[in-house]
Design a protein around this ligand. Structure first.
Ligand code: CUA
Length: 338
């Protein structure tokens, strides 16, 4: 089967709506304390700027109307004094506003940096790659640590401390509904924190130009009630499900075989231990593929396996020229990895 044909099949099997676009991504809808601080700071700036704009336009209109009356009471030396006083007032008010901005911005910045001391934070490390996000949940008990990609589940109401670095170039982690941007710098670890106070799916985006597919380096933060998060965590800790039938078993052999999937991907519980690409142990449990670029459906998955370059040119994943039966078996296997 040619790539073009497999892509056509993928498109035919795909749902009409692009699930990858799901998830809110807006600074105007804060869902946590960090985003709320930035939202409030923004409001102070926008409202002040709007008032200044209106006042300046009103002053301009007044001046234009006034300037026409050359023989009025404000001409000559008296008029000049009046104008000087007005300019001095305007400069004073401008300085006061700028000073006010400085103070509000400083206070926001300080409050933003300090994570709440109460409660045990959830620790997650995020590694930026061209063009996807590696996510590691680190637990003091190493057998309870786990890896995933492009989707970060967090429990509502709990502080999450994110330690971040990059494997290649500078990226920037930005989930507007939850927090401001934080750079991921190669060879250096940065730290930030966030908390989701409202359950929901929040879309994030790399916010630092990092190459060809910078625009398609998305992620989802899925905030859920603590009990639901705990269930997700336990499920993710488990090794991959062994194939339940012969088709899935054939698919597993395709995955472990000559096409070289294992050189880049890990599926815990099998021989696949590659670390170049995303961990696929529970790939079927994710909402999206290719860093929140396409929905995680059989059709799109097939298109992605066969021709990733057609969907995300420049991505590190090479095209795979598989026989149709190999591809179908592989898709069946990958879809069992819940
Ligand atoms: Cu990563 Cu832009």
């Amino acid at each position: 089967m040619t790539h073009r044909r497999s892509l056509a099949l993928a498109a035919a099997a795909a749902p009409a709506t692009l699930a990858a676009c799901e998830g809110r991504q807006s600074v105007l809808d804060p869902a946590g304390p960090q985003a709320l601080r930035l939202f409030n700071l923004g409001n102070v700036l926008y409202v002040t700027a709007a008032v200044v704009f209106v006042v300046v336009l009103a002053a301009l209109a007044l001046a234009l109307m006034h300037g026409r009356r050359r023989d009025g009471p404000d001409t000559g030396q008296a008029g000049e004094r009046k104008a000087r006083r007005a300019v001095a007032w305007a400069v004073g008010v401008t300085l006061a506003i700028l000073l006010g901005f400085l103070v509000v911005s400083y206070l926001t910045d300080r409050a933003y940096a300090i994570a709440p001391a109460a409660g045990r934070p959830l620790r997650i490390s995020v590694v930026g790659h061209q063009w996807w996000w590696e996510v590691q949940y680190t637990d003091s008990v190493s057998s309870r640590s786990l890896g995933t990609a492009n989707e970060i589940h967090v429990p509502v109401g709990r502080t999450v401390v994110l330690k971040m670095t990059s494997r290649d170039v500078i990226h920037s982690f930005w989930v507007p509904n939850l927090a401001g941007k934080k750079d991921l710098v190669p060879g250096y670890t940065t730290t930030t924190w966030l908390r989701a106070d409202r359950a929901g799916v929040y879309r994030g985006q790399c916010a630092e130009f990092c190459g060809y597919q910078h625009a398609l380096m998305g992620l989802l933060v899925i905030a859920e009630p603590p009990a639901q998060f705990a269930r997700w965590y336990e499920a993710q800790l488990a090794d991959a499900m062994p194939p339940a039938d012969t088709v899935a078993s054939t698919g597993k052999n395709v995955f472990l075989g000559a096409h070289g999937c294992v050189l880049c991907h890990t599926v815990r519980g099998t021989g696949a231990g590659g670390t170049v690409g995303p961990d696929l142990t529970h790939v079927a449990s994710r909402h999206t593929l290719a860093a929140a670029t396409i929905p995680n459906t059989r059709g799109w998955l097939g298109g992605w396996v066969m021709d990733p370059q057609g969907i995300k040119p420049g991505a590190k994943m090479p095209p795979n020229d598989m026989r149709p039966d190999e591809l179908q078996a592989l898709l069946t296997y990958l879809q069992t990895l819940r």
